[in-house]
Design a protein around this ligand. Structure first.
Ligand code: ADP
Ligand code: MG
Length: 722
């Protein structure tokens, strides 16, 4: 069987060598070598041109065509010197993947040769044939054109491949009417909104000025599986997760994988991933084993949200690409193995500017404390008001298997503050001094307590945890772009800061004392209205579900429950008010994400039917035949034996056949769905449970059928053979 030959091939193949000489060429020496960075531009561009470009980057002013021409020329020269022959506008369609349109630098000249051309216009604008990307109804065929537009704030870079090297230009993808067809455009728009209202607040603290940007540090979890196993599992290959498989005799109960020794092949893979990331200027930093066997994590140092979002896409591509060299497949699915820890992408979120510093850092001075309190209270109010939106932006068929599954935050969005910070908030509301402070009260602004430095406890069960100088959004799935979460957080913070600024602007803030009182009043209002979203206990506990319901917090359990949120009037208004997404753009996202949910479950249910019929049923029937033959033989010899196993196998085969037939019927009935929303709910309520029922019979058979007849690599094999 394919499965058994996979095992023998894997165990007899010597490990792949990375081929790097880390002594003569340390990873640090390749840092940024494939990035057309500001430094690189400064060296290659005339002073005036560079200044104009930098101005565009920092202030968002439009790029003029002369500057673009000069930058394009310099970029081309740099790229050709590195063996580049093609350039590509890279964009991020709503599918969450990365798309590219490649063009050659070289045009035929009139003498039968070629010349390298790359005009400014080709740099700043492209016209991909985007008709194959889902647009949720924004583009009709008569207006099919879409444009890619260079995002000057995200540097161009080179991707090396054995068969050709390409200059990649990060772009926004918009329709000819200027509507966002991609994930980048709203990120950029939401960053502008955030900056605008953050500045209004910072004015009160004298720290306004330079662009306030949000930052993101995304911890990426993933699984590695040997390719031989991967290709022997049609479900992994086509759906990215196992649809069948009984739990391994040895699971993660010993915790011996977490921070344990990293297997050699995986280590070589990690070194190379880090090296590739470094070349692209991605600050990959930590790497370690995760909770589940076969699961690992990579965390880069945080960067400006928009750059971090692009880099995060590159990290995912790099993980997949490098894994292949080592004969493995990197699984980014949120739940590749049932009953085993799933994969998340914790997005660490903060905001700040060179002048104001990190606005989620409590700081050392009373003024910094006061500023922090406003931003922290704004965050609490934002999450309280928009918990449903935060659930919406992490909704996907695959993340549903992870959220709330005893290893990932529940679908209820709450905020963890930690005991210290919670006390600070309460003391402001009660007007009483904080007693259990580690540092003495340093009020200055009298009503405000000093914030303890180490106020971020470690709570690993909260979907939105304050961790000392940032909020960690843990509900994001490992396979998701962080663009959606960034757009949501930037926009809801823009609104909360708008409200904070409006409150402060309406107050007497003529002295430090009075400013302090105004800040305290704002914090008090937020706490009174919104503190039910704050929860410092165990988010995995069953009691929390009950408690949260009592508090009236939304609990949108599955994707169909969460998808419709962006169609609510609240969100049409919110996104229009802050200029992030129009109603049509929101509708198109609703359409695309619903279709994706339907399509991905459809692939899975197809696989369940096919694998059950063509792999599991035949194996079970063969085994049934062996058992029956053996009983007949024994009987001929006059030996009495019981039928227990044969009876069980026969019963399971019958149930398997019946449930598969029922699943097929349910799939057929999907055609009756009145609209996409009804279709999504139908899948959630009927198709997915039936798939699980089929799985139950398959997994029971796996525990009975002779090992040499079982066609699918087992959990034990996939997770432990490295
Ligand atoms: P843990 O697993 O304890 O959460 P990691 O070290 O794995 O910690 O990841 C922490 C992540 O948070 C890193 O990506 C890091 O760059 C990021 N981070 C640290 N400080 C900030 C900040 N101020 N804003 C945003 N992200 C941050
Ligand atoms: Mg973390």
């Amino acid at each position: 069987a394919a499965r058994l030959s996979a095992i023998s091939t894997i165990t007899s193949t010597p490990p792949v060598e990375s081929g790097f000489d880390f002594a003569s060429s340390p990873t640090s020496s390749v840092w940024g070598q494939n990035v057309f960075s500001l430094n690189e531009m400064e060296q290659r561009l005339p002073k005036a041109i560079f200044k104009s470009l930098k101005n565009t980057i920092t202030s968002g002013e439009p790029l003029d065509i002369d500057t673009a021409d000069a930058v394009a020329e310099a970029m081309k020269t740099w790229a050709i010197s590195k063996g580049v022959t093609h350039y590509a506008h890279v964009f991020y369609p709503l599918t969450g993947l990365t798309a590219e349109k490649h063009d050659s630098f070289f045009d035929p000249d009139s003498n039968g040769g070629t010349i390298g051309t790359f005009a400014g216009k080709a740099l700043i604008q492209g016209e991909p044939d985007g008709s194959s990307f889902p647009n949720g109804g924004i583009r009709q065929t008569f207006e099919a054109r879409g444009y890619t537009i260079w995002d000057v704030t995200s540097a161009a870079y080179i991707i090396e491949n054995p068969n050709g090297t390409t200059l990649c230009i990060p772009t926004a993808f918009v329709s000819w009417t200027g509507e966002a067809l991609d994930k980048k455009t709203p990120v950029l728009r939401s960053m502008q909104a955030l900056n605008k209202h953050a500045q209004r607040v910072l004015k009160f603290f004298g720290t306004n000025g330079p662009f306030v940007s949000s930052s993101a540090g995304a911890e990426q979890e993933y699984f590695l599986v040997d390719n031989h196993f991967f290709y022997a599992r049609p479900d992994l290959l086509a759906a990215g997760r196992t649809l069948f498989g009984s739990p391994p005799p040895k699971g993660q109960e010993f915790d011996d994988h977490y921070f344990g020794a990293i297997p050699e092949r995986v280590q070589a893979f990690m070194f190379e991933v880090e090296r590739e990331c470094f070349k692209l200027g991605i600050p990959a930093k930590t790497r370690h084993n995760e909770v589940a066997p076969g699961q690992f994590e990579l965390a880069p140092v945080y960067e400006m949200a928009n750059v971090a979002t692009d880099h995060q896409q590159l990290v995912m591509t790099t993980l997949k690409k490098v894994a292949q060299k080592y004969g493995m497949t990197c699984l980014l699915h949120e739940k590749p193995f049932a009953g085993v820890n799933g994969s998340g992408k914790h997005v660490n979120f903060s905001m700040g500017s060179p002048k104001a510093g990190n606005l989620f850092d409590p700081g050392d001075t009373p003024a910094e404390n006061a500023q922090f309190l406003v931003f922290c209270a704004a965050m609490i109010s934002a999450v309280y008001k928009h918990a449903k939106l935060l659930r919406n932006v992490v909704a996907s068929a695959s993340n549903d298997h992870r959220l709330g599954a005893n290893e990932a935050p529940p679908a209820i969005l709450s905020v963890f503050l930690g005991t210290e910070l919670n006390q600070v908030m309460e003391s402001i509301v009660n007007g009483s001094p904080v007693t259990s402070r580690k540092t003495p009260l340093n009020i200055g602004v009298d009503v405000l307590p000093q914030i303890p430095k180490d106020s971020g406890d470690r709570n690993r069960t909260s979907p939105m945890a304050f961790t000392g100088n940032r909020f960690e959004f843990r509900a994001v799935g490992s396979n998701q772009s962080i663009a959606g979460p960034m757009v949501a957080m930037n926009t809801i913070m823009a609104e909360a800061l708008d409200e904070a600024a409006t409150a402060l602007e309406a107050s007497d803030t003529s002295t430090q004392e009075k400013l302090g009182a105004a800040v305290a009043a704002y914090v008090k209002t937020v706490w009174q209205d919104c503190s039910s979203v704050v929860f410092n206990g165990d988010g995995y506990a069953a009691e929390w579900q009950v408690e949260a319901a009592k508090r009236g917090l939304p609990n949108l359990v599955a994707t169909p429950d969460a998808l419709g949120v962006i169609k609510e009037q609240t969100y049409t208004d919110l996104f229009a008010k802050y200029g992030v997404l129009s109603e049509r753009e929101l509708d198109s996202r609703y359409e695309v994400y619903s279709e994706q949910y339907i399509a991905s479950v459809n692939v899975e249910s197809n696989l369940v039917v096919e694998m059950a019929r063509t792999m599991i049923f035949p194996a079970a029937v063969r085994y049934q035949g062996e058992l029956a033959a053996s009983l007949v033989n024994l009987k001929a010899l006059g030996i009495e034996a019981d039928h227990d196993t044969l009876t069980k196998v026969t019963g399971l085969i019958k149930k398997l056949q019946d449930s598969v037939a029922e699943l097929v019927a349910l799939k057929a009935s999907e055609h009756d769905a009145q609209n996409v929303a009804a279709h999504c709910f139908m899948i959630k309520e009927t198709v997915l449970p039936k798939m699980l029922e089929v799985r139950g019979y398959v997994d029971a058979l796996e525990e009975l059928v002779a090992d040499d007849l079982w066609p699918l690599p087992t959990y034990q094999e996939m997770l432990f053979i490295k």
